[in-house]
Design a protein around this ligand. Structure first.
Ligand code: IMP
Ligand code: MG
Length: 183
């Protein structure tokens, strides 16, 4: 066995928090809730890339309304796992927000800094209404208060991966959400 093979032995393992089936069921409930709150509208689902990608698309499919999709790419963390507090827009939305009923989709809200920056931006651009949907709410980590309308689950402060969420770009395509553990 070569050294590079041996390195695999020290790979972290992922302890499952929410299975694909649990996520599917919860996201379907959230989609129905959004449709109940926004009857006879055509909401704009704005996803904060890349972490929200899976959640946003599943949520849109679970919402029995005509829904538009747009995407915003921001960076607040760089390579690390704690927030730097500064949000940069890497890729802006393609479309107009003015007059739209916006549902901002996030994978996880941690300090709330990313979200509060993005919400301010969307408010400034004249959204008719602004709601936030997040799969996970790391409530104990909050540094700034942010209004969350739809929350999949409240969790603790563990760093989670999967279903769009990464650490250094890894684990995004896991169909479940889990916590990294050293093996
Ligand atoms: P906040 O600005 O501190 O609320 O962080 C929000 C962003 O940080 C999310 O959109 C994620 O990209 C990333 N993030 C925060 N916590 C986690 C985590 O536990 N796993 C993966 N990404 C996270
Ligand atoms: Mg990340």
């Amino acid at each position: 066995m070569t050294d590079s093979h041996r390195a695999v032995d020290t790979e972290p393992t992922v302890r499952v928090l929410y299975t694909a089936m649990q996520i599917g069921a919860r996201v379907r409930e959230m989609g129905l809730e959004i449709a109940r709150d926004l009857p006879s509208t055509r909401p704009l689902f704005v996803g904060v890339l890349k972490g929200a990608c899976m959640f946003q698309c599943d949520l849109a499919r679970a919402t029995p309304l005509e829904v538009d999709l747009d995407f915003l790419s921001v960076s607040s963390y760089g390579q690390g796992t704690t927030s730097s507090g500064t949000v940069h827009i890497i890729n802006d939305l393609r479309g107009d927000v003015a007059g739209r009923h916006v549902v901002l989709c996030e994978g996880v809200v941690d300090s709330g800094l990313t979200l509060s920056n993005v919400l301010e931006l969307l408010r400034d651009r004249g959204a008719a209404s602004l709601r936030v949907a997040t799969l996970l709410d790391k409530a104990p980590c909050r540094k700034v208060a942010v209004p969350l309308n739809y929350v999949g689950w409240k969790i603790g402060s563990d760093f989670v991966v999967g279903y769009g969420l990464d650490v250094n770009e890894r684990y995004r395509n896991l169909p479940y959400v889990g916590v990294l553990e050293e093996s």
